[in-house]
Design a protein around this ligand. Sequence first.
Ligand SMILES: [Zn+2]
Length: 549
Amino acid sequence: MIRKTILPLLFMLASCLTSTSQTTPAINNALKAINPDGIKASMTFLSDDLLEGRQPGTRGFAVASKYVETQFMALGLKPGVDGKSYIQKVPLQKGTIEESGCGFSIINNGETEALGYGKDYVMSPYYFNETASVKAPLAFAGFGISAPDLGYDDYKDLDVKGKIVVVIDQAPETFPSNERAYFTSRDAKFAEAIKRGAVGFIGFSMPDNSRTSWVATVRRGKQGAFRWVDPQGKPANAYEGLKSVSTMNYTSAKKLFANSGKIIGEVYTQIKSGKPLSFDLGLSADLKVSTKFQFVDGSNLVGIIPGSDPKLKDEYVVYAAHVDHFGIGAAVNGDSLYNGAHDNASGPSILLQIAAAYKALPAAPKRSVLFTVVTAEEYGLLGSDYFISNLPGIKKENVVANLSIDMPFFFHPVLDIVPYGYQHSSLSKQVDAATKVLKLKISPDPFPEQVVFIRSDHFSFIKKGVPALFIKSGFMTVASDTVDRSKSDVAWRSTIYHTPKDDMNQAFDFDGGATHAKVNFLIGYYVSTETARPTWNKGDFFGKRFSGK
Ligand SMILES: [Zn+2]
């Protein structure tokens, strides 16, 4: 009798184990290899004052790189560059603005008003020449977006050829969260302006943009900016036709509307609700930018666990985390060293634990698993873009998925996750399976206005057509909690994020960090083990745009 009832149960159990949401003794063993103290130790080293904020091209960055390289060695990862080296060199061009050589004048019926650098405006480097200038009429192009597939086009009735476009650095609230993030990016706005023949770009934010503040914009401008350089010496993702790119504060930007007969607040209310409104401003501007260049060697680290399946081993699941930060810059409360503990000493530290989990498996998964610790994320996702654009001995179509780890938020136990990218590809299946095993809930994007989806390295992969995920902690609380986590996360972003205060004197929950290692390990493990490769969802906005699928 007993046998009769137990057998079907055993059969059911066996069939469960072959489905995606499996846990096996081997997987449990791998999960146990993830060590919260290991995360703490790596973060403590990488964010130490000795590394001076890990800015690309500095000694501190080189020490951080050397640390990761030796950890890859200790883990027994295979060198990912020609099978010999862990280091992929990333040639970088650094541009630092010479404030005294910049100028911004508004020309109104022959009258000229000169604006103040740092007070009214800041300039972005022009990468093609040490000086550049442009004098042209101004046209307000709304958010600078042309998205007919979302029923929105700022350029529909506006000719900007030979003009300087004035653009709000945001996007309609009516767009879905990740599409809104994409269209908020300067890259998308630049590409559209160039396509339409614009010769300059002025961006500004409305006061409701919690993502940025004028003080932070000015501080950030002093830290310089980078582009990676191709073998011909040409900066990648730079826009030669835009002779000047500047950012204005809101109060000063209002002056540009003096002759338009429109009130910017009213215009904004209309366009953010999804109804475009663009027009010539009846003014001109005379813009000058002066940039000092420096050419530095950045580096990505690449380590591989070769797959065990003779065919699938040519395909790669890629984990990425950036190790760079802002170095030494503008002082805040007398401290000028940007330690970048959470952003992003935490990412490589978690990535190393994920690699340890894979190494604890009795056999490698079918697909190869690649770990890359990249440079210059803080300057526009440059290291990851360089990696996917210059893959070391790997075909791009063989990169099947990316998981990126960047300040995932672990100031508390992690009960739920926000998996950015979940709604776009079949990777949702592996997220569902992993969260089930780890008893985590899945939550929607809590703050679309933060445009998180475009703000880390996974987006470099998305732009090259690779399905990707970027996992952050959600805001769920336990009964004993006394803090409102949503408020504390938002507060962190406005007070500590990208300041010297992001150091190890913060209440990290390293078990929460380990939860991120576990969930990323499991998702990647399932992807690397299943025969079918991830696919974009049918008709998906990003799939269609970047992979044609
Ligand atoms: Zn950052």
